[in-house]
Design a protein around this ligand. Structure first.
Ligand SMILES: C[S@@+](CC[C@H](N)C(=O)[O-])C[C@H]1O[C@@H](n2cnc3c(N)ncnc32)[C@H](O)[C@@H]1O
Length: 225
């Protein structure tokens, strides 16, 4: 795939994919978007509202690994054990990760070591990255993912936007998400488009629009009812 590495508004880098005319993160700030949408509105929200020591996270779209790196860091900070499954149809090359320089976004030795381990973790195996973070990267098309015993507490839904990948915002992917979550589990996404919201509702979610990351008015948090 043909990428350009670009610097976003908060100084962190992302990838621009020429074939889709799409970036992997918000141009306003890759790090601040991941932090706002997936960590603060997702992981932290769940921890604040649920008394659990262990969480199962599913990510649609491993991409650059930024959400995984941040979740590994916060699992240690919150002292919660996280089992993190992430699916990716088009894994990046190691050289693409390196140029993003995510390894030193958060300056602490254990974090740097963990993010290196996450980038290098083999696909298709469960790997303990730290005492708090167990990772399983799956190289597969999300539409073919099927796990009968799935019982995820939270889904980070991080597909490309509707203009680039409209099939990811239709009914079917949200039905798959619903089947992967336990009752009361949540899905967070940076998107807030009306048609995606209606499809989430139709597939069995209660949807709340909440303030989006800088540069975006709203995002969605959906609960499986
Ligand atoms: C917006 S990017 C975000 C990725 C990632 N969360 C990150 O922080 O870099 C969307 C990702 O979803 C992946 N993707 C798109 N369609 C997919 C599918 N059907 N199954 C699995 N992965 C898919 C893309 O290859 C890309 O890596």
């Amino acid at each position: 795939m043909n990428f350009k590495h670009v610097i976003t508004g908060d100084g962190s880098k992302t990838l621009y994919l020429q074939s889709l005319d799409e970036t992997y993160h918000s141009n306003h700030g890759a790090l601040q978007e991941s932090m706002h949408v997936y960590i603060q509105s997702g992981l932290q929200y769940l921890i604040d509202n649920k008394d659990v020591d262990q969480l199962n996270v599913f990510e649609m779209g491993f991409g650059t690994g930024l959400n995984a790196y941040l979740t590994a860091y916060y699992s240690r900070l919150y002292q919660k054990k996280v089992f993190y499954t992430s699916i990716e149809k088009f894994p990046l090359k190691e050289s693409d990760y390196r140029k993003l320089e995510y390894f030193n976004l958060i300056e602490s030795d254990p974090y740097t070591a963990e993010s290196e381990k996450i980038a290098q973790a083999p696909w298709g195996e469960q790997i303990a990255i730290s005492e708090f973070f167990v990772l399983e990267k799956i190289e597969e098309d999300f539409f073919n993912f099927n796990r009968e015993t799935a019982n995820y507490d939270i889904i980070y839904y991080d597909a490309f936007g509707h203009r680039a990948q409209s099939e990811m915002w239709e009914l079917r992917p949200f039905e798959i998400c619903r089947s992967l979550l336990r009752k009361g589990g949540i899905l967070v996404t940076y998107a807030s488009k009306g048609s995606a919201r209606r499809n989430l509702i139709q597939s069995g979610f209660e949807v709340k629009k909440i303030p989006g990351a800088p540069g975006k008015r709203e995002m969605m948090r959906a609960i499986k009812v």
